[in-house]
Design a protein around this ligand. Sequence first.
Ligand SMILES: Nc1nc2c(ncn2[C@@H]2O[C@H](COP(=O)(O)OP(=O)(O)OP(=O)(O)O)[C@@H](O)[C@H]2O)c(=O)[nH]1
Ligand SMILES: [Mg+2]
Length: 366
Amino acid sequence: MLQAGIVGLPNVGKSTLFNALTRTRKAEAANYPFCTIEPNVGVVEVPDERLEPLREISKTSVVIPAAIEFVDIAGLVAGASKGEGLGNKFLANIREVDAIVHVVRCFEDEDIIHKEGSVDPIRDIDIINTELVLADLESAESQLDKNRRRAKGNDKEAVANAALLEKVVEHLNAGKPAVTMDLTDDERELLKHFCLLSSKRALYACNVAEDDLANGGNDFTKKVADWAAEHHGAGSCVICARIEEELSELEPEEAKEFLADLGVDGSGVSGLIQAAYSLLGLASYFTAGEKEVRAWTFHVGMKAPQCAGVIHTDFEKKFIKAEVVSYPDLVAAGSVAAARDAGKYRLEGKEYLFKDGDVALFKVGG
Ligand SMILES: Nc1nc2c(ncn2[C@@H]2O[C@H](COP(=O)(O)OP(=O)(O)OP(=O)(O)O)[C@@H](O)[C@H]2O)c(=O)[nH]1
Ligand SMILES: [Mg+2]
């Protein structure tokens, strides 16, 4: 399963957010830096408003949502790339995840220790990103050396690697994360092999005080949103980790009332999970029948046989065709029969690129 890693300075609310996401108290969250050492891993269901209408149409009671994993990682400090605060070990934890949710403290609270002594989200983001870039620089330079040596023997792969790594080193040397490099599709594919921390896509999660939720954020979160878009080509969201942790322990009705009292529409956690899902390049297609309605995860860009393979590896090999209707068409028709009558079902072959929200039935050979 694909993983999103929760990253940030110590004591900014990462474990609190992890507990809210996983609806557990699995991670210890406490008011001192480096509370988390070993990463906490939890599976999180991806909320999807399309599941309930599909359940009604299919007349079933079983709904299985898509899921992704979140990993709560230890806090990073300045100097982590040189081993400060167990830096190398924590950086290795980040290397293993597929995308990053970067938690930034955007709340004032004198009782909660701030490692840097004051609330300044852009400075904090810079500390973390500098460490990722420095760790990458070291790794890219050593990979460049190796590939240059191999390139002398006319190894084509090494020549291509070295050419790209030269660009990477120059970009990192300017203090910029690898994810913002201007690359061709082939180069972007090649870049993946270098396993760079700063090449992972990131979402900035601004952790605010509960009072700021109703306003959709504060001056700090605006700065973070602008900075993320400009310097990282990344999105941001506003959450209150502490409130979300409390909400996750309430029944849905109680949670709604609680949010209404705060003047807030919905839980920020749902939006964050969905954002992390698309950050990972994931989308959902559905199977819907009397037995169950289920969301299946695929990578954007996957064709019909590969998508069938998500259900069962055999389905990919034995794929014949897929019968597909889009979610809006099915819901507008109101039933499978009506959608069929309206000619909304399509037969798709091996080259069909699946789309988010496709409702599919696969025909496979024996
Ligand atoms: N006021 C306020 N306090 C919060 C919020 N989120 C977390 N905290 C508090 O901040 C402290 C640290 O939270 P953790 O979730 O343990 O932080 P962490 O980032 O996992 O910390 P490390 O594992 O040490 O890096 C705890 O006392 C939390 O209750 C918030 O939204 N508002
Ligand atoms: Mg923690």
